[in-house]
Design a protein around this ligand. Structure first.
Ligand code: AMP
Length: 190
């Protein structure tokens, strides 16, 4: 059996993580797992974890580590014999440590994007709530303009995540550096 690949992409909201992850996963035949997507699924299905997560997401904050590890680790357990690529998880040191305790990562890619570029991208970012599809009006607009255009909604909470009072919770250089130093030490970082 071919060696399994365990990979993750780190990057703040607006860094293009989702788009890049989907392309890599598609090109290399990896299972794509997006924590944001699973959270939105839980919210749409009104699950207990989904409702709890919503209270944080709506305020532009990170969902607590325990909720995230309980959500993500069982998904990985179901994929023991698959190569996978994580999008949006881990986002904190505690999440990275929980992941490391179960899996040896092979590759971690960090997207290092200037804050001004992130602000510009997020002001163009819209989401289709029913499907969770994310668009950028500049470079990734909805394909069916007159259909999706009417129902998509701006992700205001995430914009607050970059600009507003909760910015510390989503994209602090400290959190990124802590994660990076962990992965650098393990020599998995690209
Ligand atoms: P995303 O689609 O990855 O940008 O995630 C959307 C939102 O879900 C984020 O802004 C966070 O509030 C929350 N979220 C996603 N992944 C995580 C995570 N690993 N830890 C904490 N919160 C998360």
């Amino acid at each position: 059996m071919a060696k399994l690949l365990r990979a993750a992409v780190l990057g703040p909201p607006g860094s293009g993580k989702g788009t890049i992850c989907k392309r890599i996963a598609h090109s290399f035949g990896l299972q794509y797992l997006s924590s944001g997507h699973f959270l939105r699924e839980g919210i749409a299905a009104n699950t207990e974890a989904g409702m709890l997560a919503k209270t944080y997401i709506d305020r532009g904050m990170l969902v607590p580590d325990q909720v995230m590890t309980r959500l993500m680790l069982p998904k990985l357990e179901q994929l023991q014999n698959h190569s996978w690529l994580l999008d949006g998880f881990p986002r904190t040191l505690a999440q990275a440590q929980a992941l490391n305790s179960l899996y040896q990562m092979d590759l971690v890619i960090n997207l290092n994007i200037p804050l001004e570029t992130l602000k510009d991208r997020l002001s163009d970012r819209w989401v289709h709530p029913a499907s969770g599809r994310v668009y950028n009006m500049g470079f990734n607009p909805p394909l069916v303009q007159n259909l999706d255009f009417i129902v998509i909604q701006q992700k205001r909470s995430e914009k607050r995540g970059v600009r507003g009072k909760h910015s510390h919770s989503l994209i602090t250089p400290q959190v990124t550096l802590t994660l990076l130093s962990l992965y650098c030490k393990e020599k998995w970082l690209l």
